[in-house]
Design a protein around this ligand. Sequence first.
Ligand SMILES: O=C(O)[C@H](O)[C@@H](O)[C@H](O)[C@H](O)COP(=O)(O)O
Ligand code: SF4
Length: 604
Amino acid sequence: MNPVVEAVTARIANRSKRRRDAYLAFIDRQRDAGPRRSALSCSNLAHAFAASGEDKQTIAGAHAINIGVVTAYNDMLSAHAPYYRYPEQIKIFAREVGATAQIAGGAPAMCDGVTQGQDGMELSLFSRDTIALATAVGLSHAMFEGALLLGICDKIVPGLLIGMLRFGHLPAILVPAGPMPSGLPNREKARIRQLFAEGKIGHDKLLEAESASYHAPGTCTFYGTANSNQMMMEVMGLHVPGAAFVNPGTKLRQQLTRAAVHRITEIGSEGQDYRPLAHCIDEKAIVNAAVGLLATGGSTNHTIHLPAIARAAGLEIDWSDFEELGTVVPLLARIYPNGGGDVNDFQAAGGMAFVIRELLEAGLLHQDVLTVWKNDLGAYAKQPALDGDELVWRSGATISRDESILRTAQAPFSLDGGIRLLTGNLGRCVMKTSAVAPERWTIEAPARIFPDQDDVLRAFEAGEIDRDMVIVVRFQGPRANGMPELHKLMPPLGVLQDRGLSIGLVTDGRMSGASGKVPAAIHVWPEAHAGGPLARLRDGDVVRLSADNGVVEALVSEKDWNDREPALPPRDEQGLGRELFAMMRQHADEAEKGASAMLALAGL
Ligand SMILES: O=C(O)[C@H](O)[C@@H](O)[C@H](O)[C@H](O)COP(=O)(O)O
Ligand code: SF4
């Protein structure tokens, strides 16, 4: 085992000991004496199975596991559209092994692609905690001895896990649906976007390209937060092995779903192989998730979500842990925006089986984690396939089938992972380096301050930012406006960068997992709205952001700095339901802890 991975794991375990012990004691109490189906009254039970038809007797008899399904189905998200028929399939697969399944509840799912650049994006981060709350509402019926979680996209998997961890005495398996087939290549999409940003093509041509890229049911094929979720579920052992990137509507996909249904019936507290989620997600699984993120150039959003997931399990991970792991975890995968290929190309090149085998052999992943499958993480270094109708697992590719996408730990794309911690007089933040050319890892230029991304786009169109510059977009933190992604800035800032300008971005907001090539210091905290230093910054201040040296600073004298009055926050926006989320804004804690009012007020 790599000594740095060991040390970070031990540090997390030590830092978390009091909280983790309290969590595990809570879980034992829930298992031994918590609410359960057998403690429900006759009327509770009658209500619970009134509509269960052929399953009524089995549920009433309580001799077999009743599986609670929490589904985030909607057909707004291409990624979640395939879940439409999953409930009926899951019930059938459950009956095959004498069990039953009920839809415990639904969870909302926002498509960040639909809200990107729109006001609705201000609800995106808080939708994660809303999903956690919805998960708890569904499972609070106390009718279930195990759970299947149907969710794929950005905030949905983190939200489902956070909610499920509060029922961590139960086993749970994440059930993905897979990526859409590849359409217009992502780089061609990005090129056409930049042409539109430069006014060289019209709206019709742009819409044609976008529709050719996002064209079918299934997860979008760039390596953003949704596909980073799938990667994390594999390295945490929370999927049926290899389920992450098998396309929807295939026989293999259906057999993987069937395997998840059958498996959940085997790992409950009544079975011989009890694998409660609380024991699956320990410090080793959390470190595995961070290692997987660094090794694949995953979404920066997980520097916010993974701390929140960890907290729900009594664990504390911070950005210094990511930073230190990053010094020994090599970059093994280049998937758009970090490279040219997409997740379908990644899967064809060897996929997660290849990555996990490489990282296990390099001693960078903990193999001895309690997975939801039949043994340890070694099972996830194999790729699922069909032998006739039977699901089998074959050893993954021993060499990459495409070295432009996948490389070995001995000959990686870069020796360290793609996420850096930056600190300085502007606060603490992260920068994703895997999609940024190394010569652009340090930017030092005069700042131009904006209160939101639309003003940046207007300044770009007016030709006001056509020079070396650090764009600062502040009052974008969780307490300001829900910490939206500012991904719409990528095409114009990419145009300026391609003109040879030195361009950087500093914000207390987020970027999309699909954001790429412009150096961006993001998630800055303390945020401007909470009196953070960004509020003191002025147009023209020289700002330095450097992934090389790990700094984000304003080159302003301490006296000048301290003499300044902080800028006032823009007013709270109403509409699109944003006013309903005031409670989350008012109590959200910092990005490095997960930006969660729900967890903060729960004392987690
Ligand atoms: O974190 C993410 O991965 C993003 O939120 C992603 O889910 C979102 O959909 C992007 O906006 C897609 O990229 P485009 O907006 O470039 O299509
Ligand atoms: S990956 Fe992003 S854009 Fe695609 S369906 Fe999921 S949330 Fe929407």
